[in-house]
Each structure stands twice: as C-alpha cells, then as structure tokens.
Design a protein around this ligand. Structure first.
Ligand code: URA
Length: 293
C-alpha cells in the first residue's frame, strides 16, 4: 500500500499509486473493460463519433482505440424481457439443487457474470430447515465462489451459532444475485430480475421451513414491499413463489433481519437483531414440535 500521508507525491510513479489507491477506496477495484481505456484519446475524439458503436479511431502508438467497456454499467431493464423468460425456462427445467447450480453456472444472461471471477450459488446444509438470502457476493465471496465468507459472513456465523445453528447442519445460504456487482454496488433492478427465476426455483427445490432475508434489498425484492429494513425486520411474512401460489403450496414463514454488514457498521442495532434471532429459534423449535414423529 502506498504511504498516504498528506505530503505531495515525490515521483510520477508515486502519484499514480496514490490515484490507484484512491480508486480502490472509492470502490473501483476491478479492471472490467477488456482493454485499458486511454482517456486522453477519448477526450480528443469529436463528440459525435462517440455516439456510434465502435467508431473507427485513429490508432495511437500508445495503445488500442477506445471501446466502451460492455459490462461496466448496470444492465438496463428494457433489455431483460427475453432474458428473464430464458432464465425462467432454464430454472424450471432443474429438478434438483445440483441441476439448478449447473443451470445458473451455464446462464449467460446476467451482465454481472462478465466481470465476476466465480458463480456464487450457495453454501451450507441443503437439508437444513433455515434458508438465508443475502444481497450479492462481495470480493471474497467472488474469489472463493461461496456466499458470506468475508467479514459479514464471519459475523453471520456467530449470529447463527448464538441460536445454536450452523452451516454444517441447519443453515443454507444464498443471495438474490449469483455474481458480484463491480465495486460492490447494489445489484440493479434488471440484474435482480434476471436472477429471480433461479432464486425462486432455488427456494422451491430447497423447501426450507423458514426463510430469512438478510438486509433491505433481499427483503424488498422477495416480499415486493417498499418499506426499509428497519420497518420490515423482526416481522413474520408468508412467502410463496409464483409457482407455489399457482399450485396452492403452503407459504413459508419468512423474516427480514438486519444484514450482518450493516451490523458491523452499526453495532447498536445488534440488540434488535438478537431479538429477531431468538424469534427465529423459537419458530424453528415450534415447527419441530408440530412435525409428526
Ligand atoms: N453480503 C451479501 O449480501 N452476500 C454475500 O455473499 C456476502 C456479503
């Protein structure tokens, strides 16, 4: 890491290291274009030529002509109708969690996949009663191909352990999108929409006794609510996928919970989270008691 004290950079190389560190701090921590962008060449272009797709550019000795990086921007909603239909068809054809994992890994309709290192499908116990759904993989999850393995995952494991649950036997974890958004931005509406048929099939195949939505984006996406997590957390909702509604399947009890990353930033809210965790434990115990032996 460069020494970022307030003195002026002594050399051009040091100045570049400062600029790079600043970009990483601001969240631009992935090289997501296929080629480096020569911003000076872009500035020198006549404005009109940039509106054309891949305009012929005068070649500069220093590097290739500028091409817009295809995956840098969030997917646009209008581009998703057919892709969502393809995702739904692919998801419906999966009859097991392994088949669904393979279908997600083979799906090329979500732009996030282009910039991610790995598909992050799920972790934990497929037979467990609890299914937790977070927002999106972060950098560590992208590297390892598993959800919640970074700092917030460590806190999540401690939260589960506090009510005597763990990934080995009881808890199964996934996210609303399967690829890391560049710079850890929130997944766009379009990215969430194309992943959603897989997520819904994931819930149908997993058949959890209880669902927990970690954080506002997960809760709002799956419950179709507009309130923030502070209003939604700690309440029980009946969750059904569209196919479950169509077939008259029983709803799954679902509770939104503060996201562990938020609790790391706002530890005072751990008190509410603890109350919610106890309610989840109680519900699991009650369902256990109701189950015919
Ligand atoms: N945050 C999430 O929402 N999901 C992960 O997998 C990791 C961090």
């Amino acid at each position: 890491m460069p020494d970022r004290t307030h003195r002026q950079p002594a050399t051009a190389a040091e100045s570049l290291r400062y600029a790079l560190a600043w970009q990483v701090d601001a969240g631009a921590d992935e090289a997501i274009g296929e080629r480096p962008v020569d911003r000076l060449a872009v500035a020198a272009e006549p404005a009109a030529s940039r509106q054309e797709p891949a305009p012929a550019q005068p070649q500069r000795a220093a590097g290739p002509a500028y091409r817009p990086a295809p995956a840098a921007a969030p997917m646009r909603l209008e581009s998703t109708g057919e892709t969502v239909a393809a995702a739904r068809e692919s998801a419906r054809s999966a009859d097991t969690l392994d088949a669904l994992h393979a279908a997600v890994a083979a799906f090329d309709g979500c732009a996030l996949k282009k910039t991610a290192m790995n598909t992050v499908f799920a972790d934990g116990a497929p037979e467990g009663g609890l299914m937790l759904i977070g927002e999106a993989p972060g950098a560590e999850e992208d590297r390892q191909g598993k959800p919640f393995v970074g700092a917030s995952g460590q806190l999540l494991d401690k939260m589960l352990a506090a009510i005597d649950l763990g990934r080995a036997n009881d808890a199964y974890i996934t996210n609303i999108v399967f690829w890391r958004p560049p710079g850890n931005r929130e997944p766009s509406v379009a990215e969430t929409a194309v992943c959603r048929p897989f997520l819904e099939r994931h819930i149908e195949l997993k058949k959890p006794e209880i669902l927990v939505f970690l954080g506002g984006p997960s809760a709002k996406t799956l419950l179709g609510r507009k309130e923030g997590i502070t209003r939604l957390r700690g309440r029980w909702f009946d969750y059904r996928t569209p196919d479950m509604i169509e077939t008259g399947a029983d709803p799954i009890p679902a509770m939104p919970l503060f996201h562990p990353a938020y609790l790391l930033r706002s530890p005072l809210n751990k008190r509410e989270a603890w109350r919610d965790l106890l309610a989840i434990r109680e519900k699991l115990d009650a369902l256990d008691r109701e189950r015919p032996s």
